[in-house]
Design a protein around this ligand. Structure first.
Ligand SMILES: [Zn+2]
Length: 313
């Protein structure tokens, strides 16, 4: 009976036939499953990851690698890609409007055991493109410029921003007034100078004067009126949860404090009752002793609270 089965179904000790001369069928199927998982996570996470312009602006205005890396958006981006399964990405090179990200030990490469001498990390390039265009609203092109599968040390991805879309988000109303030659009196000198430096880095101003690019942008911006949407950045919720978790640790201490307070109030009542009418003294001290005992014995905040309420009636 078993003789009639196809060979790779009845003989498990023998390797299934290789596909394309390298990489087994099982490996290919495993890789396919992993790739599906990455795509699923992208579909799940990206719609929840829209970033407000105010945060993207901080990222765009940072113009050296260290200050870019310290923006909340950069940290969020790197965590998100790691969570999705695209590896430990990091910024390795920067020029205005151009970012090069590298992934050491790129997990996407290992999904293509059969492929050599080519760049294979399309999943990462696509994810970068989707993140920048959909979540940051920055038009861009993304290219894998180096790949481990192509004999390079690391997989590297170059993101080139489309200038108009970057300017649109980067420049706020003060920057536009500065481009028009104003020095907004609401801002202090240091702030104005910092903005001029950024506008110079982005070639909108040169030696304090509007460049051709700056002029072209102002003409364009004068014709479109885009309203900036304001909403919480996607990492806000995570920060709030972390805060709640750290507060929880001190809940015990807060409860202890509350119990102590009830006890102190009882003590005060007791000393007051001692100085009052001798006829009520016994009754009062009985009551305070009772409260003391209860605050000691109460197991939870809710229980203590209920008892305090009853006492007040
Ligand atoms: Zn690669």
């Amino acid at each position: 009976m078993s003789d009639n089965l196809p060979p790779f179904m009845n003989d498990e000790s023998q390797s299934p036939p290789p596909i394309d001369g390298g990489g087994s069928f099982a490996e290919s199927m495993g890789a396919f499953g992993k790739m599906l998982k990455i795509q699923e996570k992208i579909s799940d996470q990206f719609p929840k990851s829209k970033v407000p312009w105010s945060e993207t602006r901080k990222f765009l205005k940072a113009h050296d690698i260290n200050s870019i890396k310290s923006t909340p958006l950069y940290k969020f981006h790197m965590n998100l890609f790691k969570k999705i399964g695209l590896g430990d990405m990091q910024l390795v090179s920067y020029a205005p409007m151009h970012y090069i990200f590298a992934v050491p030990n790129c997990p996407v490469c290992s999904l293509y055991p059969a492929l050599e001498n080519q760049k294979v990390c399309v999943a990462t390039s696509d994810a970068l493109h989707r993140f920048f265009t959909e979540d940051l609203e920055l038009e861009c092109t993304v290219e894998e410029i180096e790949c481990v599968k192509d004999g390079d040390k690391l997989c590297k991805f170059k993101v080139d921003l489309q200038p108009i879309s970057a300017y649109q988000i980067m420049l706020d109303s003060y920057d536009k007034r500065i481009l028009h030659g104003e020095r907004p009196s609401e801002l202090d000198e240091a702030d104005i100078q910092q903005r001029i430096d950024t506008l110079t880095v982005y070639k909108l101003i040169e030696n304090g004067k509007l460049t051709d690019i700056g002029d072209a942008y102002l003409q364009y911006a004068g014709n479109v009126d885009v309203e900036e949407k304001e909403f919480e950045p996607p990492w806000k919720k995570e920060e709030e949860l972390a805060e709640i978790a750290s507060n929880k640790k001190t809940f015990g201490a807060a409860f202890g404090e509350m119990a102590q307070k009830v006890q102190n109030e009882s003590d005060t009542q007791q000393s007051q009752s001692q100085s009052s009418d001798t006829q009520t003294q016994d009754n009062e001290s009985e009551k305070t002793n009772e409260a003391k005992e209860e605050s000691k014995n109460s197991q939870s905040f809710a229980e203590l609270f209920e008892k305090m309420k009853k006492k007040q009636k």
